[in-house]
Design a protein around this ligand. Structure first.
Ligand code: FAD
Length: 142
């Protein structure tokens, strides 16, 4: 990683970062209005997998729609974020569900979440941020 305050992550670095956390935010549209949902997830084969329940707003919102997914992490010295744009797909076939079950994804909240949703990315971007004091403003005008 460079000493720059902001640097771009490669696709591989972005997937590695995503795999290191369990909570992300899914952004989608419901009846034309933007919605955001925190979900716990796992990375499986360069896709994002989470579970949800039929009948919820989240379930309706993701059915075959385009979505944005974001996850991040930080400590006192540095932080990163990864954003995926893509398509959400509710898994239907036995083969799809069997594959998803292999990811051992357990829901955190104590409600039944019988459906798997896979976010298939068309684009991934990641950034790393090194924290520090704001540069001297006079440098800008030098
Ligand atoms: C740490 C964490 C992990 C979670 N993991 C999952 C998961 O893996 N799968 C899953 O299905 N759900 C998960 N949830 C819950 C999820 O974020 C949604 O609240 C829930 O799935 C949406 O329920 P709903 O469609 O019935 O929303 P509704 O209750 O119908 O949504 C109505 C409105 O309520 C508000 N709202 C909905 N959800 C939230 C929220 N979480 N926080 C604040 N306001 C909200 C929004 O304004 C929304 O438009 C998680 C929540 C948290 C905090």
């Amino acid at each position: 990683m460079t000493d720059e305050p902001v640097s771009l992550l490669s696709d591989g670095q972005s997937w590695d970062r995503l795999s290191s956390v369990a909570l992300g935010r899914l952004v989608t549209a419901f009846a034309g209005e933007p919605e955001i949902f925190p979900v716990n997830f796992v990375v499986q084969g360069r896709t994002v997998l989470f579970r949800t329940a039929e009948g919820t707003k989240l379930f309706s919102a993701v059915a075959k729609s385009t979505v944005v997914f974001e996850a991040d992490d930080h400590n006192v010295a540095e932080g990163w974020s990864v954003i995926i744009k893509g398509r959400a797909q509710v898994l239907k076939t036995d083969a799809e569900i069997r594959e998803a079950e292999g990811a051992q994804l357990l829901p955190w909240t104590a409600t039944l979440k019988l459906h798997y949703v896979r976010v298939i990315p068309s684009e991934i971007s990641g950034r790393h941020f090194r924290f520090g004091p704001e540069p001297d403003r006079s440098d800008t005008f030098a």
